[in-house]
Design a protein around this ligand. Structure first.
Ligand SMILES: Nc1nc2c(c(=O)[nH]1)N[C@H]1C(S)=C(S)[C@@H](COP(=O)(O)OP(=O)(O)OC[C@H]3O[C@@H](n4cnc5c(=O)[nH]c(N)nc54)[C@H](O)[C@@H]3O)O[C@H]1N2
Ligand SMILES: Nc1nc2c(c(=O)[nH]1)N[C@H]1C(S)=C(S)[C@@H](COP(=O)(O)OP(=O)(O)OC[C@H]3O[C@@H](n4cnc5c(=O)[nH]c(N)nc54)[C@H](O)[C@@H]3O)O[C@H]1N2
Ligand code: SF4
Ligand SMILES: [Mo]
Length: 646
């Protein structure tokens, strides 16, 4: 049989939401690449997804439900699995109420229909649910406070920039389809400036790289404000009229001199002045990375960048903007799936282990975990593992047998991204695509929507989830259908620009706050500038994304021992590249293998973000569970470690 070409959209937790193009023969994927005519994908995929078919073939998949019997997870039929799930959930609700059931959904698939699980648990309870967002909580909350929305100019608009400040971001690893746009911006004359304590491929690619102290960005951004005032920058009255709180912001940035701010930020004063000059010589785009908002004062950092973009008018211009996120769910009918009924209890995502263990009257007796591997990916991993192990009935819905699934009482299989049927919008651009099975899921594995529908029937709420997948897609697309983008059109075009997305977000100098003005950061807590965490010194632990992995899912070979990269001066005496070390933090310790890199700051240690908990390569064993200042994000990066000989 000749190979057939099939299209889909990648549903991974990634800004790019690529168009996929597969050659399929005899129900097998022969090749997988990016759709050449997708405006962002441009025909190429990242390392981790281009190797995904190989990875799925070589990794133990969950292809049948697994139920814990006599201590072991044993295969059972889907009917038995769903009967058991329904029976236990109904019994626990009857005995202890819906607050005893905690539904946790992470971003393992960005398919919009994955929120059907939220619908089920809202209808069945409402049950306990998570609050906060360990991924982008602080930054989004900051932008919503300042602008009323966290969205961006169209991705293409970057080509109109004169300067691009790539502030705490590594596009070569975690946002690869931004790279061609940055290259085009540079070809059109833009200067690219990277601001990142770590040196990596993205910083080497930039025209300039500044390496501030970890978390020094707040001082740096305030210093840039001070430099703008000192050089008597001609603020445009129309820009200032679009902002609220300019006097307070001015007072804040002038509480220290440019030199004093620079010292706190750990950069020469010339760097601060240079950044001020670039913002004055706009259009200057600020690309706000996700890394630095995963610090205790991460919200304040993003607010300080928002203010710089606004007072210099760059926020309101083509080629400017302060881009943290593209409002992924905007433009769909959000209410089609979730009504927003108040849950009886909330569990803070960054403090999940602690909150689940502390819950009483009723305790958390059941957990439904979907599209996430919290044992590995949440901070304070040991406590998360303990909370899950202690919970009476834990269901994990995942195509893979993860660290979390191994601790479940019931594991339910679902399709992988190659078999998925859903709608996908991106957080790195304004296009929407549809995921369609490139190949069939293994026999008996249901689409997650169908699995939830069968469970809902057993729970007596079947009517609320009824409908075909296409009908649910139509419901979500209803607001776009008014602009001609219905399911038929999306299917025919494969990728569409969201009709309501604004090419230049705030071109009319009105933001989405209640008074239409940018709310400028007017004060910060002095403790933000103390070298923190104060209780411990040592190296700042960075756990950045790696090319080979999507969080805890490794498409390349997962490390058997955690590689830890440091400047040669930070290595324990007498140890060199390849030597074994112990990485010691307050929360725990892990074996590592030393990698030396003279381009790093001597006060940092770098490990990959997603290892394996049971394999002993999970950075989150070292990282304390702490929330950010805004948005209940997780302060993953405020962690200090020491290296010792092993
Ligand atoms: N290959 C791959 N791609 C991914 C993922 C993955 O796991 N693997 N994960 C996806 C997910 S879930 C997300 S949310 C996104 C985004 O993921 P990000 O968190 O943006 O990805 P990283 O590439 O780790 O980039 C963070 C950058 O912030 C820098 N940084 C950390 N602290 C500071 C600081 O204090 N100041 C400054 N200026 N910089 C700092 C780090 O050194 C790093 O270069 O990526 C997605 N893409
Ligand atoms: N130390 C440290 N920890 C971090 C970070 C960091 O930078 N440093 N980054 C954080 C960030 S940004 C994020 S977003 C989180 C990510 O944390 P998680 O969302 O827990 O990430 P994954 O390990 O990718 O787990 C996703 C799971 O979803 C499964 N999955 C895939 N498709 C589907 C599907 O269609 N349905 C279902 N039910 N499951 C599916 C996958 O097999 C996988 O096991 O990690 C956070 N943890
Ligand atoms: S993970 Fe991201 S870059 Fe890779 S194929 Fe999927 S959407 Fe594209
Ligand atoms: Mo994330």
């Amino acid at each position: 049989m000749a190979a057939e070409l099939r299209h889909s959209t990648c549903n991974r937790d990634c800004p790019d939401a690529c168009g996929l193009l597969a050659e399929v023969e005899d129900g097998q994927i022969r090749s997988l690449r990016g759709q050449p005519d997708h405006p962002v994908t441009r025909g190429f995929l990242c390392f981790r997804t281009s190797r995904f078919p190989e990875f799925v073939r070589s990794t133990p998949r969950v292809t049948q439900p697994l139920l814990r019997k006599g201590g072991e997870l044993v295969p059972v039929t889907m009917a038995e699995a769903l009967d058991v799930a329904a029976e236990r959930l109904l019994a626990i609700r009857a005995e202890s109420g819906p607050a005893a059931i905690f539904h946790y959904r992470s971003g393992g698939s960005l398919g919009l229909l994955k929120a059907m699980a939220d619908r089920l648990f809202e209808r069945f309870g409402p049950c306990a649910t998570k609050v906060g967002d360990i991924c982008s909580g602080a930054g989004e909350a900051a932008q919503i406070e300042d602008f009323g929305i966290s969205d961006s100019n169209d991705l293409d608009d970057l080509r109109n920039a004169r300067h691009v400040l790539i502030w705490g971001k590594n596009p070569f690893v975690s946002n690869v389809h931004l790279v061609p746009v940055l290259k085009e911006a540079r070809a059109a004359g833009a200067a690219l400036v990277a601001i990142d304590p770590i040196s990596h491929k993205g910083t080497a690619f930039a025209d300039r790289h500044h390496q501030p102290r970890p978390g020094g960005d707040l001082a740096l951004a305030l210093g840039v404000g001070a430099a703008l005032l000192r050089r008597e920058h001609a603020f445009d009255p129309l820009d200032l009229a679009a902002c609220s709180g300019f006097d307070d912001w001015s007072r804040l940035v002038t509480t220290r001199s440019v030199e004093a701010w620079a010292e706190l930020a750990g950069v020469p004063a010339g760097v601060v002045v240079d950044l001020a000059d670039r913002l004055a010589d706009g259009p200057t785009a600020i690309l706000v990375g996700w890394g630095m908002q995963r610090r205790r004062h991460g919200g304040a950092i993003v607010r300080a960048l928002d203010a710089l973009s606004a007072v210099t008018g760059n926020l309101f211009r083509s080629g400017g903007g302060c881009s943290f996120y593209f409002a992924r769910r905007r433009g769909f009918d959000a209410g089609a799936l979730v009504e927003g009924r108040t849950p009886p209890r909330v569990i803070r995502e960054p403090l999940l282990g602690e909150d689940v263990l502390a819950a009483s009257d009723p305790p958390i007796r059941a957990m439904w975990i979907t599209a996430g591997n919290p044992v590995c990916m949440l901070p304070g991993a040991a406590k998360v593992a303990e909370a899950i192990e202690r919970t009476e009935f834990v269901v994990v819905v995942d195509p893979l047998l993860t660290d979390t699934a191994r601790r479940a009482d019931l594991v339910l299989p679902v399709p992988t991204l190659l078999e998925d049927d859903d709608l996908v919008a991106a957080y790195g651009h304004h296009f929407v695509g549809e995921s369609r099975p490139l190949v069939d899921p293994p026999e008996g594995v249901l689409q997650e929507v169908a699995l939830l529908q069968q469970l809902a029937e057993r729970l007596g709420i079947g009517d609320h989830l009824a409908g075909s997948i296409d009908e649910w897609k139509e419901r979500l697309l209803a607001p776009m259908a008014k602009h001609g983008v219905d399911l038929a059109r999306l299917r025919e075009r494969r990728v569409v620009h969201k009709p309501e997305a604004r090419p230049v977000l705030f071109a009319d100098r009105r933001v989405d706050t209640p008074d239409g003005k940018v709310q400028l950061l007017g004060s910060v807590d002095e403790t933000c500038f103390a070298p923190e965490p104060v209780e411990r010194d040592g190296l700042w632990l960075f756990s950045n994304s790696s090319i080979e992995a999507q969080a805890s899912q490794w498409s390349g070979r997962a490390p058997e021992i955690l590689p830890v990269t440091v400047h040669p001066d930070a290595a324990p005496a007498g140890l060199g590249d390849g030597d074994p070390v112990e990485i010691v933090a307050e929360a725990g310790s892990l074996p590592g293998v030393l990698r030396l890199d003279a381009s790093q700051r001597p006060d940092v240690a770098l490990v990959p973000k997603g290892g394996g908990y049971d394999r002993g390569t999970c950075a989150n064993v070292l990282i304390p569970a702490r929330a950010t200042d805004l948005g209940l994000g997780a302060a993953y990066l405020d962690c200090r470690v020491e290296l010792r000989a092993r």
